[in-house]
Design a protein around this ligand. Structure first.
Ligand SMILES: [Zn+2]
Length: 282
């Protein structure tokens, strides 16, 4: 089926410029806080200046998505236990989506488009520090640590997650322009549930999977399985339509999908194509 994409024609240029102004303002705000802290801690010779109170100034070229568009939902899975490791992942200290400026700007435009269709975007993961990827590698080396097998990789043997392309020792996420996301109906919220209370087969029907306000994409997020491949026909025509709607919208905005994961997108013109960053998400 062909979808007509309703990106906000005519206002895209103006909107992009507004988004860019917001990025500059946000960065200046962070620098102002840093200057204040410097004055209090160094000039004022206050000894007990805690690092915990210092603002997190991102590297040049990165932004907090929430500061550009707070309407985009965030369900940052690696901060908590609802992920394939069943525990918080190294490097995640806050539930914040951080992306490069052009990736964040492009997502804001997609959000405008999906809102007219009655949806919101919901991100599951954005910038991923290299230390988190290293944590995945260490986790994968321990075959006994498989508490989330049914919920996240029911058929793929743990020691084949790398060779089958579901995990990599370097991830595009660490370059800052890759995002994992889905569509949720406008007005819905992330359900509260305990991922460790029992196993939820990520390939099961939507009512049997872990509760998620995502529209039915055929599998749960991070389900390492053939059914997660974006064009897998086993999920049925209606699910494929939904996956392709998301893909069409993201492609118009300049992203490309990873064909093995319906949720994974990378900006084509990413600003740091060869750099893997390792600052914490906080
Ligand atoms: Zn991803």
């Amino acid at each position: 089926m062909h979808f007509t994409i309703v990106l906000p024609a005519g206002i895209v240029g103006a909107r992009s410029s507004a988004v860019r102004q917001k990025i500059v303002a946000t960065r200046e705000q962070g620098l102002r806080k840093l200057r204040t802290l410097f004055f209090v801690c160094v000039v004022g010779s206050v000894v007990a200046c805690s690092d915990n109170n210092s603002p997190n100034v991102l590297p040049e070229g990165f932004s907090y998505l929430s500061q550009l568009d707070s309407s985009i939902q965030q369900d940052m899975r690696y901060l908590g236990t609802n992920n394939f490791l069943g525990r918080p992942v190294a490097g995640y200290e806050a539930g914040e989506c951080i992306l490069t400026d052009p990736a964040a700007e492009a997502l804001v435009l997609v959000q405008e488009a999906v809102t007219t269709l009655g949806y919101s975007l919901k991100v599951y993961d954005c910038f991923r520090p290299q230390r988190a990827v290293d944590d995945f590698v260490q986790w994968a080396a321990d075959p006994l640590d498989d508490v989330m097998r049914t919920s996240y990789y029911p058929e793929v043997p743990k020691d084949e997650l790398f060779s089958r392309g579901y995990i990599a020792s370097q991830s595009g996420h660490s370059r800052g322009s890759t995002v994992d996301l889905t569509l949720v109906p406008l007005g819905t919220t992330v359900p509260v549930a305990d991922p460790l209370s029992r196993q939820f087969d990520c390939r099961a029907s939507q009512s049997e999977r872990f509760p998620d306000n995502s529209i039915d994409m055929g599998t749960g997020y991070d389900c390492f399985d053939l059914r997660s491949h974006t064009d897998d026909i086993a999920v049925g025509a209606e699910v494929l339509q939904r996956r392709h709607l998301l893909r069409d919208l993201m492609e118009v905005a300049g992203f490309s999908n990873y064909e093995q994961e319906w949720w994974h997108y990378t900006l084509n013109d990413e600003p740091f194509p060869d750099q893997y960053f390792d600052f914490p998400v906080r």
